[in-house]
Design a protein. Structure first.
Length: 351
């Protein structure tokens, strides 16, 4: 019985590992920024020392056990001795030197990481229950849950936590395994962190501070694209106009959206600019839904519109049971039609 449950547990764990990251390679040992390279270098140094110490200690133990084991006809206690200055000084000095080397490497890494390049592009990160807001002061645009960045340009993040609605803000933490370590988002305080992404791709981000019922569902993506693609995205976002619907269902969706949803959601260049909920400008280009937890499909979106807290525990978006299935479908169709043509992030590699 026990053995069988063990086998099942191991099997399930294996399956969870195989499926769990949804194709993402969430790994600090595969850094895509100079900062993370510093950190993983340090990790390798410490691992190297640990490996040497392991071999020396286990080797010495094995040697002593074999050399001093009881031989056939020996009786009584073996000869006792006390103290060995040379040995004691050696085993104090070596660890001391190792700690000095690790200290030096750490200090150097911390210094490198703390130097913000002067040409860094500022991005304001605001963590909310349970989603992420990104503002680009230089470009004058805003995105939510998907942060689009140009490759090879340093970015300086100003990170905080706030709620525009009635809920009280709590502490969250900004983390993208391959790009940056963990930086807390604290209400009333702005913390900073910078990095320079070096590889185009979609990176997996996750809140790293227990913040409530949907902490584990508080994810995001960092989408790193070429400078040309980024410029196209900024142009598209600034000039964005919700297309005038030609389809009757989409027109109905737009009307319902403007009546029911714009108290909390903004779309660029319309009079709807609330920041209580995520920005939905060109939602049709989005890869994900619900702060990075599902792929963005019309079916999921429809279900989300009807009952967001039912899909994501603690979601501060109210359910809309009064909307008929058809109404929800037309709102979903309207949101999916909000698109900048020619932008497609779905083909980028995942990290
Ligand atoms: C009271 C404020 C409020 C209203 C009204 C509201 N929402 Fe939301 N909405 C939110 C919040 C808050 C979230 C983020 C929830 C989360 O991910 O935890 C959200 C998330 C979303 C998302 C997911 C965005 C993303 O980046 O993944 C969509 C789509 C959405 N809302 C559509 C709608 C539609 C359509 C309506 C109208 C039928 C609506 N919302 C009404 C507050 C609101
Ligand atoms: Cu959080």
């Amino acid at each position: 019985m026990l053995r069988r449950s063990l086998v099942w547990a191991i099997l399930l764990l294996g399956v969870a590992f195989a499926l769990g990251d949804g194709g993402y390679n969430i790994n600090i040992l595969d850094p895509a920024t100079s900062n993370n390279r510093e950190v993983s270098k340090l990790l390798w140094w410490v691992m190297g020392f640990a490996a040497v110490i392991f071999v020396v200690v286990i080797g010495a133990m094995t040697y002593i056990v074999l050399k001093f084991k009881k031989r056939g006809n020996e009786v009584g206690e073996p000869p006792q001795f006390h103290g060995n200055d040379r040995l004691e000084i050696t085993w104090t000095l070596i660890p001391f030197l190792i700690v000095c080397v690790i200290f030096g490497l750490t200090a150097r890494g911390m210094f490198e990481i703390s130097q913000v390049p002067p040409d860094a592009m500022p991005v304001k990160v605001t963590a909310h229950l349970f989603w992420w807001d990104f503002e680009y002061p230089e470009q004058g645009i805003r995105t939510s849950n998907e942060l689009i960045l140009p490759v090879n340009r340093p970015v300086n993040f100003e990170i905080t936590s706030n709620e525009a609605g009635p809920a009280k803000p709590v502490i969250h933490s900004f983390r993208v395994a391959s790009l940056a370590g963990t930086q807390d988002a604290i209400p009333g305080i702005v913390t900073t962190r910078w990095f320079k992404p070096e590889k185009e791709g979609v990176y997996y981000g996750q809140c790293a501070e227990l913040c409530g019922a949907s902490h584990s569902n508080m994810r995001f993506r960092v989408i790193v694209v070429s400078q040309a693609e980024f410029d196209r995205f900024v142009q598209g976002a600034k000039a964005f106009q919700p297309p005038a619907p030609t389809d009757a269902a989409v027109a109905k969706g737009q009307q319902l959206f403007n009546a029911q949803c714009t108290a909390c959601h903004a779309i660029n260049n319309t009079q709807h600019q609330s920041k209580i909920g995520p920005d939905l400008t060109f939602f049709g280009n989005r890869l994900t839904l619900g702060a990075g937890i599902w792929n963005n499909t019309p079916e999921r979106l429809e279900a989300w519109i009807k009952n967001s807290p039912g899909m994501k525990p603690g979601s501060l978006m109210p359910p809309f049971p009064q909307l008929s299935a058809e109404d929800a479908r037309s709102i979903a169709a309207y949101l999916e039609s909000l698109k900048v043509e020619g932008l497609d992030f779905s083909k980028l590699p995942k990290f």
